[in-house]
Design a protein around this ligand. Structure first.
Ligand SMILES: [Fe+2]
Length: 306
């Protein structure tokens, strides 16, 4: 029998009982009373051997999630941003653009693709206008930063006409960043996607997790994927910036392995601050895989085989 007068042994016995109580209850086992450690050396020894496992479980409950900036690998390529001045609801002037570009560089992005909105009736941008804005930035001290430009095209009824008139600006090769209205998708969405691909373009759908009319229609997102769209998740969605439904949809898309790439979709300084927030999706592995996949857009990356 154990000498209960020994204070060290008494303390060990109390600790063993405490852990057993806590984890018996937490793990939904029978009453902790059934696991009460008996006052003998063998029982205490058995309980103490389980302590490391209990401690590991305890730490797994408190394991902290990384911040958004922590999951961005050094040398990343951002494929979605509104950092060119005076073209849309993003940067208003050269100073703001330079501050945003510097901020992105500090986060680990070494290549940026600016993608101003092209939206009939709202942001009537042309390839020439976008290039002109890009050249304005090149004339400043930021010119040595790898900054390219494309556009984020709204798929609406006027899109096909636009596509027929002039070549679209691409992220790389024939990959075009496209978005849908937040109110409703065009009735002829699949026809537009078909024509786009017939013309030799590959659609990359921006933030599929943000369209509220798909929150309860996951099958439609699967259909879009099967129709040839690649999916680009907004990084700020995984910290809950756009709300709980977008966060939930981000998790569902990651779990279903439907996300191909990520993008910042940065518009202003406040968006940079989102990178200090904790990632809230559970599937970090899928998120990190999509983040790493952006390397494909690097100027250094080899062209895909035909
Ligand atoms: Fe955007």
């Amino acid at each position: 029998m154990l000498d209960t007068a020994n204070p060290i042994k008494k303390m060990m016995m109390a600790m063993a009982n405490k852990f057993t109580d806590i984890f018996s209850i937490r793990l939904g086992q029978v009453s902790p009373q059934r696991y009460k450690i008996k006052n003998d050396s063998r029982s205490i020894w058995i309980a103490m051997t389980k302590l490391p496992a209990y401690i590991c479980i305890m730490f797994s409950f408190f394991k902290t999630k990384p911040t958004l900036s922590e999951i961005i690998p050094e040398g990343s390529v951002d494929i979605h941003s509104h950092i060119l001045p005076g073209l849309d609801d993003g940067s208003k002037n050269v100073d703001q653009s330079i501050a945003l570009i510097q901020g992105m560089k500090n986060l680990g992005f070494t290549e940026l693709i600016a993608t101003p909105h092209t939206m009939t009736g709202v942001w009537e941008n042309s390839s020439e206008g976008i290039e002109k804005s890009w050249k304005t930035i090149q004339e400043h001290e930021i010119r040595n930063e790898p900054l390219r430009f494309a556009s984020e095209y709204l798929l609406d009824n006027s899109f096909l006409e636009r596509m027929q008139k002039a070549p679209l600006l691409c992220l790389k090769d024939r990959m075009v960043l496209v978005e849908l209205s937040y109110f409703q998708a065009p009735i002829n969405l699949f026809e537009i996607l078909f024509e786009l691909q017939l013309k030799g373009y590959l659609p990359v759908l921006a933030h599929p997790e943000r369209y509220s009319y798909y929150f309860s229609d996951f099958k439609m997102l699967e259909k879009l994927k099967n129709a040839g769209c690649l999916f680009q998740l907004n990084l700020m969605s995984v910290v809950g910036h756009y709300g709980s439904e977008s966060l939930k949809m981000s998790e569902s898309l990651l779990n279903a392995k439907l996300i191909d790439y990520v993008g910042s979709d940065i518009h202003h300084q406040g968006h940079l601050e989102c990178f200090d927030r904790k990632v809230q999706v559970k599937n970090l592995k899928a998120l990190e895989k999509a983040t790493a996949a952006n390397a494909f857009f690097s100027q250094e990356a080899p062209l895909p085989s035909p």
